[in-house]
Design a protein around this ligand. Sequence first.
Ligand SMILES: Cc1cc2nc3c(=O)[nH]c(=O)nc-3n(C[C@H](O)[C@H](O)[C@H](O)COP(=O)(O)O)c2cc1C
Length: 174
Amino acid sequence: MDIFQVFRDRRSIRKYKDVPVEQEKIEQILDAARLAPSWKNMQCWRFMVLTEADVRAKVLEALPDDNPGKKAIAAAPVVIVVCGNPFESDVENGIQYFIADVAIAFEHLCLAAHALGLGTCWMGWFDESLVKRSLGIPDDIKIVGITPLGYPDQVPKQRPRKQLQEIACFNQWT
Ligand SMILES: Cc1cc2nc3c(=O)[nH]c(=O)nc-3n(C[C@H](O)[C@H](O)[C@H](O)COP(=O)(O)O)c2cc1C
């Protein structure tokens, strides 16, 4: 699939088919994340892949009922907890770059999944300490996001985006 088509067609997927994801595809997606750029190439990311139902259920407990993605975590055959180690990145200009590092890798993962016919949905609204406790994630690691992964059971419409002239300027700040 053409990369621009991948950008255009990716959606947050919140409904999944009850179909397992091939291990080979999971590894292909993780490999796309592995290739992301990072601060001083320190690659501070960690991916915890949950394939067992009882382990995935622990994440479900940490999502508020109001989170529109909660049903997706319940339905998807795979959940990936996307983490970063802040001590393997840096702070510059007040920016904690581990978040940028992990976010880029996370988006590689989402785009690669889409290119393979799979759905994801970045989720940031959850009780981080509860997830860390129930999955045994060390204190010094931050969870940047969580995503379900599976075969989509919906084709959502494109969500609106700002126009280019609202977000970009040339040569002079406007
Ligand atoms: C940092 C971040 C956090 C998000 N957290 C959630 C979340 O907790 N629950 C959810 O259902 N969607 C979440 N989303 C998905 C956004 O709602 C979604 O990307 C946005 O509405 C645009 O839709 P699209 O991804 O289909 O283009 C999150 C997305 C990002 C980038």
